[in-house]
Design a protein around this ligand. Structure first.
Ligand code: SF4
Length: 454
């Protein structure tokens, strides 16, 4: 998922449109934009599908104004009904407002039942609606920021909320800093985005990241900062560096391509393989493969090609069609891998099915040996913070040893990056969330891992 907000720029919705395009890799299930026109009215357009499928020139033109927020919904988000496509907007006597979020609140179920017991009725399963109810649970004459601070203090888990009123934008990041949120400047206006690559696309200059536990208020007075919590940590999600973010993005000050390249270098030092060429699984593993190649002296080759024009996968009823589905997305380059001992670098192993198919594809194309090197540790725990890494039962390395997994995917050898190197590949970082690799969740979970598995 990702959020995007623009304040004080003409035709804000068209800028959001370009920015959401740049962050399409963070969610393909649905998207939406809400804007505020010069009369202070909010207009929204949203739908299921890619940004290019949902919006056209006319739809964007209807969303006039200098203030807007947008959202793309992740494929793995819990519920895909239209009601859950964000941003949501709410009518209220004190003024309309809109909310969008990237993340997952782990105590949401408890808070929802508490609110329902007091009479709240929910339209969606989103944390954005939960936040809206919490902000408005008491009708107070105090400035809205107090209600926001109070509401955020009730939440546990990962969030990057954008709250938009008719003349103000609030950007709020959870106190553990689990997901990124960057601020940019464009002329006299501001942009807030889940990933810095969106700022570049929109022509905005990076200003700084929203800090863990911070609420940044943007309005005609400029930019102001407050903190909803003093208990703050820097637990950025390791998967942002490993898999999720675009290589041209900087996450908490560390460039994603540089991180992946360094992880590839370290991977070779920790798990060298004797082979002829190094290849990466496109797109997220190419930087790590380059790092592995540079450190090892083995040539980096383009042994796998991704078909960029395959959109979201369709329902594939049979095994045969599933295999074809993978081949539609990815092809082995026979002239490169034929007769070669190949090191195949990938970012992670989740269920292991894709790794098995790719290893098989490389052997069919003539590779004599396939050594799989993974630029992250063994994934043994599910994520509770909004990243769809799979359930406990489905995680291959939660069920079997590395040796067994090597056999299961049909590789000649298999090795993973250490925890230490996963952290140290991010220059200057001393901490991050590695919970899906070691089970040390930075927050209480409010449910057991087994319950979440059901
Ligand atoms: S559990 Fe894994 S995927 Fe989830 S936030 Fe932590 S590192 Fe990221």
């Amino acid at each position: 998922m990702s959020v995007l907000g623009v304040y004080g720029v003409k035709r804000a919705a068209s800028l959001i449109y370009y920015g959401l395009h740049a962050m399409q890799h963070r969610g393909q299930e649905g998207c939406g934009i809400v804007s505020v026109n010069e009369r202070g009215e909010m207009n929204r357009h949203r739908g299921k599908g890619l940004v290019s499928e949902i919006f056209n020139e006319q739809k964007i033109a209807e969303l006039d104004g200098e203030l807007a927020i947008g959202h793309v919904l992740y494929t793995g988000a819990a519920s895909r009904s239209m009601d859950n496509i964000q941003p949501l907007f709410f009518h209220h006597g004190s003024g309309d407002f809109a909310v969008a979020n990237n993340g997952n609140i782990v105590n949401a179920a408890k808070l929802r039942s508490w609110l329902e017991s007091k009479g709240s009725l929910f339209h969606s399963m989103t944390d954005s609606e939960l936040l809206a109810h919490l902000i408005k649970k008491e009708c107070s004459e105090e400035p809205r920021i107090y209600a926001i601070i109070e509401a955020l203090n009730l939440l546990e888990g990962a969030f990057a909320f954008l709250i938009m009123t008719k003349n103000r934008l609030y950007a709020c990041r959870d106190r553990h800093g689990l997901h990124p949120l960057s601020i940019g400047r464009i002329g006299e206006g501001y942009v807030v985005a889940s990933e810095s690559c969106a700022l570049d696309t929109m022509g905005a200059e990076f200003v700084r990241d929203v800090e863990p536990g911070e609420i940044v208020t943007i309005d005609h007075k400029g930019l102001r900062s407050s903190f909803y919590s003093q208990e703050r940590k820097c637990k950025m999600c390791a998967m942002e560096y490993i898999y999720f973010a675009r290589p041209d993005s900087d996450v908490d000050g560390c460039n994603v391509h540089a991180y992946r390249k360094e992880s590839g270098r370290r991977l070779f030092k920790e798990a060298p393989a004797d082979a002829d060429i190094v290849i990466g699984v496109p797109d997220s593993s190419l930087s790590a493969a380059q790092g592995y190649s540079e450190e090892s002296g083995m040539p980096y080759e383009m042994g796998l090609i991704k078909n960029k024009y395959v959109g979201r996968t369709f329902i594939q009823p049979s095994q045969d069609l599933r295999e074809k589905g993978v081949k539609m997305k990815l092809s082995a380059v026979r002239s490169i891998v034929n007769g070669k001992r190949v090191v195949m670098v990938d970012d992670s192993i989740v269920r292991g099915t894709t790794s098995r198919r790719i290893v098989n594809m490389l052997r069919e194309a003539g590779a004599t040996e396939v050594h799989v090197r993974i630029a992250s540790p063994t994934m043994t725990h599910p994520c509770f913070y909004g990243v769809d890494t799979s359930t406990l039962d489905e995680l291959l390395l939660a069920r079997m040893s590395v040796e067994e997994a090597c056999k299961a995917i049909g590789a000649d050898s298999l090795a993973f990056l250490s925890y230490d190197s996963t952290l140290k590949s991010a220059a200057g970082r001393t901490d991050m969330c590695l919970a899906c690799f070691d089970g040390n969740y930075p927050t209480a979970l409010f449910q057991s891992i087994e319950e979440a598995n059901k």
